[in-house]
Design a protein. Structure first.
Length: 273
């Protein structure tokens, strides 16, 4: 699972991204910024064509393909490791055929029953994120008795769905879905108990960057003004066991992650000395 935490840089090719307001809707700008992220230390570039912010409406597959395929193809041709952020089998198939190596599914294989088979056939890695429902009804099912335990159980069920669809266990990554079908207090508790996901035996991806749950601690700020809060959540993610961290600002967060990695390594060394 690696000796250091990997950095996933976010590229939203959408006109309504919560984090950048549609700055990268132009494919050429998206490609330029992704290449910059890679030069700054991003190990993976996550390309998404559909906004999954709370309240967002679903996008049809044809439009999503028009948005993401030129970007995926260009970045893969440059030798970058590309992830496609989609829950649609048809988008996953086309993106992987153009060089994407990872399918990042915000639904944990709940929205499109054919996605597991598409991933299995392509031999792409698959990120299974915890979620309960579509973006337009994000908080309808945000009811938990023990949120960390329930997220772990539901991700275990997602892993079973992936395996039943033919995905290799070694290709599976799990994501607790901070901010998805979770109120702020749920996201904080899941993050605080991130090590519970170790029971699944798969690498953990954690994406706290700029999310609205951070404002419960710092007060109302725009997404771009949440970088210091993001840094705190990223540090916690690394120290509590994340293997990949998904971020919007790469150079600053690379520094944060490297320091957190060094602290974690020192803690492990001291515990075994």
């Amino acid at each position: 699972m690696g000796s250091r935490t990997l950095v996933m840089g976010v590229i939203n090719v959408t006109p309504d991204s919560f984090s950048d307001g549609g700055l990268r809707f132009d494919p050429s700008r998206a490609v330029e910024d992704a290449l910059q992220m890679a030069s700054e230390g991003a190990d993976i570039i996550d390309v998404g064509g559909e906004s999954t912010r709370p309240g967002a409406e679903a996008l049809d597959a044809d439009e999503e393909l028009l948005r993401v395929l030129p970007v995926v193809e260009h970045l893969a041709a440059k030798g970058l490791i590309v992830s496609v952020d989609t829950y649609k089998a048809v988008v996953a198939r086309e993106a992987v055929s153009r060089g994407a190596a990872i399918v990042n599914d915000v639904s944990g294989l709940l929205f499109d029953p054919d996605l597991a088979r598409a991933a299995a056939e392509s031999r792409a890695a698959v990120v299974l994120m915890h979620n309960r429902g579509r973006s337009r009804e994000m908080y309808r099912d945000a009811n938990y008795t023990d949120v960390a335990a329930e997220v772990t159980w539901e991700l275990e069920a997602a892993v079973v769905r992936a395996l039943d669809g033919g995905v290799s266990r070694e290709a599976i990554i799990v994501d607790p879905g901070l901010g998805f079908a979770k109120r702020a207090e749920h996201s904080y508790e899941v993050l605080a108990r991130l090590d519970a996901l170790r029971a699944l035996g798969r690498p953990i991806l954690c994406g706290a960057s700029r999310k609205s749950f951070l404002t419960a601690a710092i007060g109302q700020r725009s997404p771009a003004e949440r970088e210091w809060a993001t840094a705190a959540a990223v540090t916690a993610s690394v120290l509590l066991g994340a293997h990949i961290v998904r971020v919007h600002r790469v150079p600053e967060m690379v520094d944060v992650i490297r320091v957190a990695d060094t602290i974690r390594a020192a803690a492990v060394h001291n515990s075994t000395a």
